[in-house]
Design a protein around this ligand. Structure first.
Ligand code: 3PG
Length: 214
């Protein structure tokens, strides 16, 4: 089954509209998957991006997909093989740092709504030309931050973004105040030290604080 870029964007927009922050998760230990997802969902952040950067990532997606109220996606999608593996593991959306025709085609073929990355007006225009209207602005802070995203939004207001990369509790409000920002992505809500300690209550508190950003 495949999905059009327009439908994929609509579904990606819905995922991004669930909460002001999408946690970006880098997880080494599959045993952390369930309690982490439960803490984030309980704190008010249902949409979760599991980056495919650790050997455990696909198993983590499989575990998190069982958590009630969670909407689990796969991040760091680089190749069609990543897309197929993510989909098979139960990911319901994908995130990529950029976009290639091969990757976009694979996501369309696999019916996996993709938040494709763009950092410039030309990148956003190319994706818009193909029908994508919900993108990831990456790397957000290094690309000029909220000021840059605001400037891109002036001539291309029909494209919505999830800025990610260097976003924190402190600078997130600058992005969330922009008309072209639906949510932000960030790893700050799931710090490695708290995961290693199994301090899920502290992570839930971070999620609650992030969920209150809007
Ligand atoms: C990433 O690729 O890891 C994301 O952009 C998250 O970035 P952050 O760690 O700066 O939130």
């Amino acid at each position: 089954m495949n999905v059009t870029p327009q439908d994929a964007s609509k579904r990606a927009f819905e995922v991004c509209s669930l909460a002001p922050v999408v946690p970006v998760l880098v997880i080494d230990d599959v045993a952390h998957a369930r309690p982490l997802a439960e803490a984030l969902v309980a704190g008010g952040l249902p949409a979760l991006e599991v980056t495919l950067r650790t050997p455990a990532a696909l198993d983590v997606i499989r575990e998190m997909a069982k958590v009630k109220g969670g909407v689990v996606g796969a991040g760091t999608l680089l190749t069609p093989a990543d897309v197929r593996a993510a989909k098979a593991a139960g990911a319901t959306f994908g995130v990529a740092p950029g976009a290639t025709d091969t990757l976009l085609q694979a996501c369309e073929d696999e019916d996996l709504p993709l938040l494709a990355g763009a950092a410039t007006a030309s990148e956003a225009m190319r994706l818009l030309e193909r029908g994508y209207t919900m993108l990831k602005f990456f790397p957000a802070e290094a690309s000029g931050g909220a000021a840059a995203l605001k400037a891109i939004g002036a001539p291309i207001p029909q494209v919505m973004f999830c800025p990610t990369g260097g976003v924190t509790l402190k600078n997130a409000p600058d992005y969330l105040a922009l008309p072209n920002t639906v949510c932000v992505g960030g790893s700050w809500v799931a710090p490695k030290d708290l995961m290693l300690k199994g301090d899920w209550a502290a992570i839930e508190a971070l999620a609650r604080e992030a969920a209150a950003l809007r």
